[in-house]
Every structure is written in structure tokens, then in C-alpha cells.
Design a binder for this molecule. Structure first.
Ligand code: TXA
Ligand code: MG
Length: 328
């Protein structure tokens, strides 16, 4: 069980400072953490995750002052930091030389964010230096939001886990590129496009997931296949489209956004689980990855699920993950 890998704060800090890898909680998802300036430690993170060296890591910092050590933070970026940090906003900025190329996959930009989870912040304070951390899951699989999910992802190779409970948000940070003419969202997340535009007072753009190699190089995380389950997923435009299916088998699994909707499927022999009790978008995001993993554990042949109605920005971010999870 995960308890085998849960380690004390001191053990985790010592492991990090000794050039090792630990799993740390953030407000979004668990991260697979190491000292950002330690190239060998960074290499261990890539190996453990099975991540291609072309996909760069996010560097976590305490605040915009520490961000200055690794990136060029212009006054415009500083405004965003003041407003949204600490929190689930990652900024792509010009990198400084001291950041190893391995971290940024050879790009001349670096992703920085200041997490709000008190335990991660305590680690940052006591380590006194920036920490690189991708999400704590195997490459292209579903992210982890609890210590148990981290352990299930890595098994015997699992690093020490600092137990911060279940992640509050459950969905990875919004990634905003500030190195082009117009700010551009590379990954939708908990801070919505509308929220950013309202603060900035002008429109920003969104990069679509793509197979275009030039965009893929700019942000490798945009590759369409991601957040995969073992069981294939069939994605529908809405719940109504699922209700139109006439033949179900016991090998089918339906995931609905909330409990109320189960009544509409009472004649289907398929198994039904839900992302939330209430259908509240925050609750859905909070349970998203755990529910996908639970779906896998049921070992059905096919998962049926529908895009959420985009009533808010977070629903758009959930839909982004569902779309990627269903693409093969
Ligand atoms: O919420 C989060 O962001 C979590 C927690 C642990 O902080 N981290 C996370 O890291 O989701 P990861 O590695 O799973 O996703 C980082 C994303 C990837 O899509 C990566 O391609 C992109 O950020 N990225 C990193 N550096 C970049 C850069 N210099 N330019 C463009 N995209 C970059
Ligand atoms: Mg990830």
C-alpha cells in the first residue's frame, strides 16, 4: 500500500537535498520533485516517469523573486504573479542560463509556477531553491491526486511520498505562454481564459492540441494523446448522445457527471459510475482522475462518457482532459 512509501517531511527534504526524487503534494496534482538545478536529479525524474527528453518540466518557486533566479520576469509577468500566485498558473518565460537544458528540453524558455499547497511551500522554503516537478504519473497516463494513486503509478519504483491528502483542485495548472506577441494558453486549467482576460483587459489566444510538429515542439504537452486509461474511452458530445445508444452489454461502463443522471439509464445493463454527486464542476475536477482510475480497475471493455456543458472555464479544462484521454 501507499503507506509503505509515505515518508516524513524530514526524510523527503533530505532526499531532495541529497539529489533524490520525492513525490510532493500541490493544490493541483502530486508532483515528482527534484532540485531544479541538479541535472542528475532531473534525469532521474525523466527516467522514473518514462518521459521523453523532449518534454520539459515545470520549475516550482516560492514567489516572483525566486522566479527571477530561473527566468526573466518582466513587469507584465510580475502583474500576473501578483494576482494569481501562489496558485495554479504556470508562466512560460525566457529562461536564465543557470537552469539545466535538461529541465527545459533544450528550449530557451522555462515554465515556472508557485504552488499554494502549504507542504510544498514549506519544502521550497527549507530547500531554499527552485524545485522541478512534472505530474507524478507515468508518461501519457492519468495524473495522481492522492498518495495511493502515486504509489499505484510507480509500484516498486515509487519514491518517498509526502502525504498532503487529496489534492484540492485535482486538475493541472493553466499554462500561459508569455514569450510570443500575444499571451497564449498552452494548457487550459483551473485559471480560466476569461479570468485572465478580465484581469489583463485584452483577449488572449488558446493553442489547440495538435499534431503540427512546430507547435508540438513549442509545447510538447500539447500532444493529443495524454491522460490515458488502459480501457479505451468513447467520448460523446453530451449525455443525450449516450442515451441514444440502444444496445448495452455488461462489458460497457458509463461515467456520468452526477448521480441524478443515473435514472436516465435504468434499462441499460452497463455499469454506471459518476464523477460527482452534485454535478458541480469543481467537484468533478476534484474527482476526475480518481474516477478514471477506478473505471480502469473495473476492467470493462469500453468507457462511455460525455463532454461537460461548458458553463465555466473549469468545465472547459475538464473537457480538454477528457478529449485527450479519449484520443488514441
Ligand atoms: O499543476 C501542475 O502544473 C502540475 C503540478 C505538479 O505542478 N505539474 C504538471 O507538470 O502538470 P507536467 O510536467 O505534467 O506538465 C507540464 C506542462 C507540459 O505540458 C509541458 O510540455 C509544459 O508544461 N511545459 C513545460 N515547460 C515548457 C516550456 N518551456 N514551454 C512550453 N511548455 C512547457
Ligand atoms: Mg503531466
Amino acid at each position: 500500500s501507499a503507506s509503505l512509501r509515505e515518508a516524513s517531511f524530514t526524510v523527503c527534504l533530505d532526499t531532495l537535498l541529497g539529489g533524490g526524487v520525492v513525490a510532493l503534494p500541490t493544490e493541483t496534482v502530486y508532483g515528482l520533485a527534484c532540485l531544479a538545478l541538479d541535472e542528475q536529479a532531473v534525469q532521474k525524474v525523466f527516467e522514473l516517469k518514462g518521459r521523453p527528453p523532449t518534454n520539459p518540466l515545470i520549475v516550482h518557486v516560492l514567489d516572483s523573486h525566486q522566479a527571477e533566479q530561473v527566468a526573466r520576469v518582466n513587469s507584465f509577468a510580475k502583474l500576473l504573479c501578483q494576482k494569481f500566485w501562489p496558485g495554479p498558473l504556470t508562466l512560460i518565460l525566457p529562461k536564465r542560463q543557470m537552469i539545466p537544458d535538461r529541465v527545459t528540453a533544450g528550449l530557451d524558455t522555462v515554465a515556472v509556477r508557485s504552488p499554494s499547497h502549504p507542504l510544498f511551500r514549506k519544502v521550497l522554503r527549507e530547500a531554499g531553491q527552485p524545485i522541478a516537478a512534472p505530474s507524478a504519473n507515468l508518461f501519457s497516463m492519468v495524473s495522481s491526486t492522492t498518495p495511493q494513486e502515486v504509489f499505484d503509478s510507480f509500484g516498486e519504483a515509487c519514491p518517498p511520498i509526502l502525504d498532503g491528502g487529496k489534492c484540492n483542485i485535482g486538475l493541472e495548472s493553466t499554462v500561459l505562454d508569455l514569450t510570443s506577441d500575444t499571451p497564449s494558453i498552452l494548457r487550459p486549467g483551473p485559471i480560466s481564459k476569461e479570468e485572465l482576460e478580465e484581469f489583463l483587459g485584452f483577449e488572449i489566444s488558446t493553442s489547440k492540441k495538435t499534431t503540427d510538429s512546430s507547435v508540438a515542439r513549442k509545447s510538447p504537452g500539447l500532444s493529443a494523446k495524454h491522460y490515458s486509461t488502459e480501457t479505451p474511452i468513447r467520448l460523446y458530445e453530451n449525455i443525450y448522445a449516450i442515451q441514444q445508444i440502444e444496445r448495452w452489454t455488461a462489458d460497457d461502463l458509463i461515467i456520468l457527471p452526477c448521480k441524478d443522471l443515473i435514472a436516465g439509464f435504468d434499462s441499460a445493463p452497463a455499469t454506471i459510475i459518476t464523477f460527482s454527486a452534485t454535478g458541480n464542476t469543481r467537484e468533478i475536477a476534484h474527482n476526475l482522475y480518481a474516477t478514471l482510475k477506478k473505471a480502469d480497475q473495473l476492467e470493462k471493455k469500453l468507457i462511455h462518457l460525455a463532454l461537460l456543458e461548458e458553463t465555466d472555464g473549469l468545465a472547459g479544462a475538464v473537457n480538454d482532459r477528457l478529449t485527450r484521454a479519449s484520443s488514441s
